[in-house]
Write a protein that binds this ligand. Structure first.
Ligand code: ZN
Length: 415
């Protein structure tokens, strides 16, 4: 991705603010000649930053502004260990709302819409981001928060929500509930804005068809504002992102080299406008690619695009010498007729050998039909990924659903 003069000027400004703060991040960046950062080559000599670095700054070490300027903090969900705390100034909060409003607009959402927000509120950036954008847009926010499916469905019906904001797993759970209760004709949903969890085409089609709605993937992470920094338009050609606020690069997560546009790797983000906690070359561990400029989007927007997130570089597991990541498995299942979008992979080390067990849900009921599906599954894994798997076809609803993000690949070899 090219780096414009204007973006470089913004980066130098961010670097100066970090250096002048003399804080935690200034120490990490070390002694650099900021004014010499006048080209992409010079920029690419700057060190990467990592979530682990941010943890070391706990609690408020990331702030590069004075305490009076901080109006809010958010914290990213660390499953283990110390959380990361991101301080926001009023400008950061306002900018986030601007970015989120753009996302809603790209999804064709207007002030006529009623937006039911099911992601969580609190330290977590999810719910409040969806709300900020909705309010700036002038739509009606319905701040439900997560869970309580009974109440979600009641409000969806009585308030006449037209937009559902949720994770893909929760959207699927709601879609299944709506189908089960025969509520489809009573709800007015038109669009779903689905948080940045990797989800396959099959799951997308199931949610879209059961609810009869258009779906939009929204991207974001707490360290960089939160959700709302990228979204697909109706042409579904990847996700547009906002290069006046953010600079995106894709690197090879092993060699750390910057990859040419179009190649799959790890997304790295530099903030261009952030005040509270600017980040330079922040490693997201999300797998995607930058869509080359010579493939413009039919919507005509000039915002550049990344592909949908194919998974986490951390979820990438190496089995029998082959790299496997969730996106690949989802793409593969798309081709497997009669398999649903729900699957689970368990990798175990038994008697000195790695075993990959793949369970998929299916509507097929007969045992013979299930065995035939399993056979097709084995041969697809062999031809597409070149690994031998142990298959199991199970009934719909057997694999766990969650209101949060579903983990689907379990590597039990090292636990
Ligand atoms: Zn577009």
């Amino acid at each position: 991705m090219k780096l414009s003069e204007q973006q470089l000027a913004k980066i130098r400004k961010q670097l100066h603010r970090i250096a002048d703060s003399n804080g935690f991040y200034a120490g990490k960046l070390g002694n650099i000649d900021i004014d010499a950062i006048t080209s992409r080559e010079a920029f690419e000599t700057l060190p990467f930053s990592e979530k682990a670095d941010l943890r070391d700054a706990y609690p408020l070490g990331l702030s590069v502004v004075s305490e009076e300027e901080v109006v809010r903090i958010h914290s990213s969900s660390g499953t283990t260990g110390t959380p990361v705390i991101i301080p926001y100034t009023q400008k950061d909060v306002d900018d986030w709302a601007i970015l989120f409003k753009r996302c809603y607009e790209i999804a064709g959402i207007t002030q006529e819409d009623r937006i039911q927000i099911t992601p969580g509120y609190g330290l977590w950036t999810a719910g409040i981001g969806f709300q900020l954008g909705a309010e700036l847009l002038g739509a009606m926010a319905v701040p439900m928060g997560p869970g309580n499916t009974e109440k979600q469905l009641r409000f969806m019906e009585d308030i006449g929500s037209t937009v559902l904001c949720s994770t893909s797993s929760y959207a699927l759970l709601l879609a299944e509930e709506i189908a089960k209760r025969g509520l489809k004709d009573k709800i007015k949903l038109k669009k779903g804005v689905i948080g940045s969890e990797r989800w396959g085409e099959k799951m997308r089609q199931r949610i879209a068809s059961e609810l009869g709605i258009e779906l939009y993937d929204i991207y974001g992470l707490t360290e960089i504002y939160g959700p709302g920094i990228g979204i697909n338009c109706k042409y579904e050609t990847g996700m547009h992102y906002f290069d006046d606020y953010l600079y995106f690069e894709v690197i090879d997560p092993k060699t750390m080299e910057v990859l040419p546009d179009g190649e799959l790797g790890e997304l790295v983000i530099t903030t261009l406008e952030k005040e509270g906690a600017p980040l330079i070359r922040y490693r997201t561990h999300d797998l995607t690619r930058i869509i080359p400029e010579d493939e413009p989007c039919p919507c005509g927007r000039s915002y550049p695009r990344i592909d949908v997130i194919l998974g986490r570089t951390d979820d990438m597991v190496k089995v029998k010498g082959v790299n496997i990541f969730p996106g690949q498995i989802e793409d593969l299942l798309k081709e497997l007729e009669d398999a649903s979008s729900e699957y689970q992979v368990n990798i175990d080390h038994i008697d000195g050998k790695d075993h990959i067990k793949v369970r998929v849900e299916t509507e097929l009921e007969g045992e013979n039909e299930k065995r035939a599906l399993e056979k097709r599954l084995v041969s697809l894994f062999k031809t597409r990924i070149n690994v031998t798997v142990e298959p199991e076809a199970v009934d719909i609803g057997v694999l766990p659903r969650s209101e949060k993000k579903s983990k689907r690949i379990f590597d039990n070899r090292f636990v």
